[in-house]
Ligand binder design. Structure first.
Ligand code: AMP
Length: 410
């Protein structure tokens, strides 16, 4: 289920006119319309203007309607001088420009007593929206949206907002919705069409163009929703719960940390459910996990499938007789091993790890299973880093692979 929000009547009326099988629910004074749009389950709400209204509606969408993502759609004032009325901004991120606790030692825009300031939109939704925009005869940019509880009509103020926060457009809701989504680990995307230039003519332009600009946002959101159908929408949640730690364990590495996914009971369950769903009908004799994070998902998955679990460990950790395999690391070499009696000849084996990067570790694990004459059904990961070509390496060696989420550009 996708949540769709707009602040104003003209921003949501087009969605309501195309919604099928509509059901109306009133909560905290807001009307929520659930139904089908482009064949997808959605809930549409008109939040009214301002950060409080938008925040309440976003939280209701998440808690009451259990939406897996939120799209905020509507119009905005341009800050970027390259933007003209009716152009579209897809959010890369957003900031609340009216938060100011500088006197307490925080940056402008920073939520006091927290690290929160810039709220990133979902990479995956952003990419889909941007490629959906290809077929539009409109200028579409990715950019930063600034939000505050003010309708900006002062050229000097819009100039200083642009300078200070590097914003591309300004509105009264987006970053508040993004803030709520960040606190709830729900992916979001903002799509704003330019209705005015946030200057002295803003109120006139807003009234004249907001209807037409809303239509542009609507057409793009509709296209985005129908494209989302073809993607693994149920993995949005999982992806958003994996933390990125830059420069760890060394400079230049973006470490994908699954501990944030594991500690989240909904996320952990959903991930295991998806893996169980994939493997439950297959002929498998044992699940093999690679040290250390492959033990966590591998063991739970084995148990849910009613199978035994086998450990592949770094050399020197297993007590009984082993076979080992050496493989290349970025600098130097490493060795992993398996107990000789862990796999019987001809056993059908599923190999599990948290992440595939270059594929060196997983290929070594495959070779170990082959040394014991096991048959590899598939090698399964939560995360794939496609740019490092690990999956291709395994597939070239003749092994089937599977992963739940991709992080591109790493
Ligand atoms: P590779 O052998 O290059 O495919 O590396 C895979 C192994 O290294 C897995 O066991 C991962 O847990 C770990 N790894 C490599 N790169 C990352 C990364 N960017 N984030 C998290 N873990 C990683």
């Amino acid at each position: 289920m996708i949540g769709i929000m707009g602040a104003l009547e003209e921003e949501v009326e087009l969605y309501l006119s195309e919604l099928n099988e509509t059901k109306k629910t009133k909560l905290t004074g807001f009307l929520f319309f659930s139904g089908k749009l482009s064949g997808k389950d959605v809930v549409v709400v008109k939040s009214g203007a301002g950060k409080v209204n938008a925040s309440i509606c976003a939280q209701i969408l998440i808690l009451n309607f259990k939406v897996s993502s939120i799209i905020f759609t509507g119009v905005a004032g341009a800050l970027n001088p390259d933007l003209e009325i009716k152009d579209i901004v897809i959010s890369k991120d957003s900031v609340q420009h009216d938060i100011n606790a500088e006197e307490l030692g925080f940056k402008k825009g920073q939520i006091p007593f927290s690290d929160l300031m810039v709220f990133n939109a979902s990479d995956e939704m952003r990419k889909i929206a941007f490629s959906a925009a290809d077929s539009f005869d409109l200028k579409v940019i990715e950019g930063r949206i600034l939000t505050g509880d003010q309708f900006i009509t002062d050229k000097k103020l819009s100039g200083s907002l642009r300078k200070e926060f590097k914003g591309d457009c300004v509105d009264m809701e987006s970053a508040a919705v993004a803030h709520v989504c960040a606190l709830n680990n729900v992916p979001h995307l903002i799509i704003r069409s330019i209705s005015d230039k946030a200057d002295h003519s803003a109120s006139v332009d807003f009234n004249e163009f907001s209807k037409e600009a809303s239509k542009n946002s609507f057409l793009l959101v509709k296209k985005l929703i129908s494209s989302l159908k073809e993607t693994k929408a149920d993995t949005f949640d999982i992806k958003s719960k994996i933390r990125a730690v830059p420069d760890w364990p060394k400079k230049g590495i973006m470490f994908r940390d699954i501990t944030t996914l594991l500690k989240d009971k909904g996320g952990f369950n959903q991930m295991i459910d998806l893996l169980v769903e994939r493997y439950k009908g297959m002929e498998i004799d044992a699940v093999v996990g690679i040290e250390a994070r492959g033990f966590i998902t591998g063991a739970v998955l084995a148990n849910r499938l009613g199978l035994g679990f086998v450990l592949i460990r770094k050399k020197g950790k297993l007590p009984a007789e082993t076979v080992y395999e050496e493989y290349d690391l970025e600098y130097g070499k490493d060795k992993i091993e398996i107990h000789k009696d862990a796999i019987e000849k001809g056993d059908k084996v599923l190999i599990v790890d948290d992440l595939i990067a270059t594929g060196g570790t997983a290929l070594a694990a495959c070779n170990l299973v082959k040394k014991l004459n096991g048959k590899i059904v598939e090698v399964s990961f939560i995360i794939n880093l496609p740019d490092l070509n690990g999956k291709k390496k395994l597939e070239k060696a003749g092994f089937k692979t599977f992963s739940l989420v991709d992080f591109e550009g790493e």
